[in-house]
Ligand binder design. Structure first.
Ligand code: ATP
Ligand code: MG
Length: 557
């Protein structure tokens, strides 16, 4: 697996556009993002979105949002709404340029009639199996359908009756009359229309024939005056077909440019597989924070700027490549390191009683919200006789290099005092359940009046003031880099059993009661976290870990 990183923002698509503008072939740049509303957007779509909207913005043009809704069976309005929301969240705006391929159904029908009239389309009665047989293979030419030479009048009549609902589903199709011997299988008399009695999310039951994607896509671009129609590599072989339709119909052409789709390790990106994971309840839903979907990433706490940064960093190329998940995670870390305020939270609490600290005393310390950004201000953090520290910040038989708390040793509590461990209290199983410590009042704020040093600084939370919370530690959804590429095993067998760890007894700094689901935090020393708006209850917050502070997979791989 190789990681392709292009630091330079220039790419071959810009070169093509520059040449088109320079030669006067195009006067402006109009792109489009054409999702099919049959699932939620994922990080692969983000690559296409950033590219299309980014180029339009850069060249002072515009980018259309067009729903390619030609297949009523799998499409739903729920997805339309979700896609619009995700696009806005990602930071893009299509203004008034919202379109649907279904808006063009009547025009597409008229164009089909035109092709029939020109002797370039015919109604075919072969069934699906026969069609496959007649189609030939990559090495053998196909055979002409027995219906290929139907007279125009008969085709017109049959096609009209297809539309009128005179025939059962699947009994006829309309095909383009191109070339059954073409080396490009897409040109072997491809289907343009099929009969399908299905309710459409926008046109309802007004149609019982629907255009194929290939008969709709190029024409939709043409209708909207798209100048540069950017799509993924698999459409390269469809380009001659799009060109054929546009030429025969004598309507304008966009320039189609193909680029390599994003492949990201440790996840899957096929909408079919993502839907399976949702339906089989292997994840909580499309917005499960482990999903590669934009809704999932939003809930996980990925800032939209991190996704844009990622798309910029991976660049645009012509050949298929893989990007490692760590590239995306690094973008998230870089972004959050800048923007996330620091707080303290204890995930696995161990109680510490500071025996020489007055029972009723409470102090407040000023803590910096960001170590390098004084403009982000400070906050008050309360301190009292009982605090929580992280269980693994204490070790009973600590090696010399362990600079945290151990019997008889001293440690700094972040922005508070030095404490020394005086006594360890255990339960009947011999597990450490509490520490008895002393503090040195001469170390207020974290440095000793006598100049003595401690090596370790740990985070803590005042037990009396702490906000109890549940925390979900998310990790990669799959344990192997290319789960869908394994020929011997189903991709689901590669799911990472440790992708979600629930911690139900966490204690957080009280100020986090104000947290809202859009705001990221760095829990010092632990990682980046955000409130999970969906599963939090009043007084019982749930936080998601967005990403760890450092890449923990680098060692494993
Ligand atoms: P399918 O066609 O199987 O439903 P799709 O992922 O192609 O899935 P679309 O809704 O058609 O889904 O995609 C919308 C746009 O996003 C298309 O232009 C497509 O090329 C682009 N796109 C989809 N997946 C990726 C990806 N992994 N990398 C880059 N672009 C992608
Ligand atoms: Mg597609």
């Amino acid at each position: 697996m190789s990681t392709t990183e292009t630091a330079s923002p220039s790419n071959f698509i810009r070169n093509i556009i520059d040449a088109d503008l320079k030669s006067g072939k195009r006067q402006q740049v109009i792109t489009r993002f054409p999702p099919e509303p049959n699932g939620y957007l994922h990080i692969g779509h983000a690559k296409s979105i950033c590219l299309n909207f980014g180029l339009a913005a850069e060249y002072g043009g515009r980018c259309h949002l067009r729903f390619d809704d030609t297949n009523p069976i799998k499409e739903e309005d729920e997805y339309v709404k979700a896609i619009e929301k995700d696009l806005r969240w990602l930071g893009f705006d299509w203004g008034e340029h919202l379109y649907y391929a279904s808006n063009y159904f009547e025009q597409l029908y008229q164009w089909a009639v035109q092709l029939i009239n020109q002797g370039q389309a015919y109604v075919c009665g072969l069934n699906a199996e026969q069609m496959r047989e007649y189609r030939g293979t990559l090495t053998e030419p196909g055979k002409d359908s027995p219906y290929r030479n139907r007279p125009v009048e008969e085709n017109l009549d049959l096609f009209e009756r297809m539309r009128a609902g005179d025939f059962p589903d699947g009994s006829h199709v309309l095909r383009a009359k191109i070339d059954m011997a073409s080396p490009n299988l897409n040109l072997r008399d491809p289907v343009m229309y099929r009969i399908m009695r299905a309710h459409h999310h926008r046109t309802g039951d007004s149609w019982c024939i629907y255009p194929m994607y290939d008969f709709a896509h190029g024409q939709s671009d043409s209708i909207e005056g798209i100048t540069h129609s950017i799509c993924t590599l698999e459409f390269q072989d469809h380009r001659p077909l799009y060109d054929w339709f546009l030429d025969q119909l004598q309507i304008g052409h966009p320039k189609q440019i193909e680029f390599a789709r994003l492949n990201l390790s440790y996840t899957v990106m096929s909408k079919r597989k993502l839907l399976e994971l949702v339906k089989e309840e292997r994840v909580e839903g499309w917005d499960d924070p482990r999903m590669p979907t934009l809704v999932g990433m939003r809930r996980r706490g990925f800032p939209p700027a991190a996704i844009r940064r990622f798309c910029e960093r991976i660049g645009i190329g012509k050949s298929d490549s893989w990007i490692d998940m760590s590239v995306l995670e690094d973008c998230v870390r870089e972004e959050l390191n800048e923007s996330a305020p620091r707080v303290m939270g204890v995930l696995r609490p161990l109680k510490v009683v500071i025996e020489n600290y007055p029972e009723d005393q409470v102090e407040e310390f000023d803590a910096l919200n960001h170590p390098l950004k004084p403009e982000m201000g400070t906050r008050k953090v309360p301190f009292c006789r009982e605090i929580y520290i992280e269980q693994d910040d204490f070790m009973e038989d600590a090696p010399k290099k362990f600079f945290r708390l151990a019997p008889g040793r001293e440690v700094r509590l972040r922005c508070a005092y030095f404490i020394r461990c005086e006594k360890v209290i255990k339960n009947e199983l011999g597990q450490v359940i509490e520490l008895r410590c002393s503090y040195d009042p001469e170390t207020r704020g974290g440095s000793a009046a006598d100049g003595r040093k401690v090596k370790g600084t740990i985070h803590w939370v005042s037990a009396r003031h702490a906000l109890p919370a549940q925390v979900r530690l998310y990790d990669r959804l799959f344990a192997t880099a290319n789960p869908a590429g394994d020929k011997d095993k189903d991709y689901r067998e590669h799911l990472n059993p440790g992708s979600l760890e629930l911690l139900s007894d966490c204690q957080l700094e009280p100020g986090l009661v104000e947290a809202d689901s859009g705001s990221p935090y760095q829990f010092e020393r632990l990682g980046y976290f955000c409130l999970d708006g969906k599963s939090s209850q009043p007084g019982r917050p749930v936080f998601n870990r967005t990403v760890t502070l450092r890449d923990s997979w680098a060692k494993k791989a």
